[in-house]
Write a protein that binds this ligand. Sequence first.
Ligand code: SF4
Length: 479
Amino acid sequence: MGVGLELHEKSEVNAFGPKFGLFDRVSTLFELVEKLPDEMSDAEVEGVLAVIPKETSKGLSAMLIPRLRDVSLIFLKTIGKWLRDAKNAPLEGKKSVLVPFCFPPEIVQAFDSAFPVTSEVLSTIGVIALEGQGERYFNMALGLGLPDHICSANAVEIGSMLGSDDFQPQAIISAAVGSCDINSKTHEMVSNYYGIPQFILEKPVDDTERGHPLYKKNFRRLVGQLEEFFDEELTEEKLRRVVEKANKASELMLELWDIHSAVPHPVPNLFALFTYGTRFAMWGTDEAITTMQAMVDTSKKRLKNGDYPAEKEVARCILSYTSYYFDLANLFNWMEEQGYSYIGDGLDLLWPTVIDTTDRDTMLDGLAMQAWNMPMTRQVGGHSMSMCWLEDLIHVAKMWSADCAIYSGHHSCKQTWSVSNIVRAELMNRINVPMLNLQGDSWLKRTTPISVIQKEIDEFIKNVVLPKRVGKKKVRKRA
Ligand code: SF4
């Protein structure tokens, strides 16, 4: 294995053979995506989709449907820029740091000599855009002896890293300690395997006045360790450079949160994924601002014109934790065409705030609290997993007038499975919102096919959500 994100000699293998890593393949694909024009006609899109592999074409065509095309191209180019920067990082003397999705990447962006690469974002891009999707890399992880209950969210990328000649980071930041055992152990194993340092940000399961200062202290210790490792001081100016941009993107996300309340839902379903894809990879950059701005503008336009892709909005749904990423067209777009608005999922519940930029201390405190509020850390790593998760769901369900919640039942997530029935019962008891518990894997298509997922969502909405709504009206009438 080489060091850094360099591409390695692969002349002995087929370009789509199993030894060719996920990072190499997605970064090569996105070199093409970055070259696409900002505006494309249907014929041009058709032409591009015809010359790329079938599953790649399927993933991209879901994003390039006419009603989403402009914003999707901006989002795809943002991801393309991120991949290009990651690939060039070692050439520019930067150290690549593997971070989890629950860590604010802007803190790494603030260093001149480092670049953040988010495991779960890489896995998701691979599942959406590569021929063979995530299965081949997940299989590599199992082939290397990792257990079959690891989380595919990161195991797809980790499998590629360990099982092929793909990139290797120079350090790992683990922010899942205290919220997800399997995420923490998987990254710890990679750190031991490669002999690279792992920097840990531990969250106390204490949401009281005592917990926040301790977490801020842990956060500052992490920053100090990074400064030592990169041999670079994280000055106030460097922090301000990224925090000001992160603040702008957070303001736009808050604007989008307001727009979510409108009926019918003016925000295209796929924007739920674009929002956190941008947040987990590019926060603190100009590209993140451009992408968020494009989503806000399109949603406002739809709101103004009353545009909605289906004849009418039938139900407003919140996915309570992760989604399904292996068939975007047949989940997000399909739901939208049925009139089932997908307002957001658990990964959108990251409570953006605008950070006080007065000085280094206020910015570090603000970033620490952003890290605290990242999805999974905030809910699954809370003092009570079910209650923290439930409180957030109740808040957004009321704010966005949701009719129902859907739990994807992500196969690997023993954590959330352990309390999903409590959450379901309490959502119903407290705010009369039913929750569907599905079974499936968010990143692997072989666990439950999308046709089964569609059928279950459809039956749930028709047989549970809609009759309940009619019942509510009847009760109101009688009263
Ligand atoms: S989805 Fe579940 S298992 Fe996977 S990283 Fe999140 S909490 Fe951990």
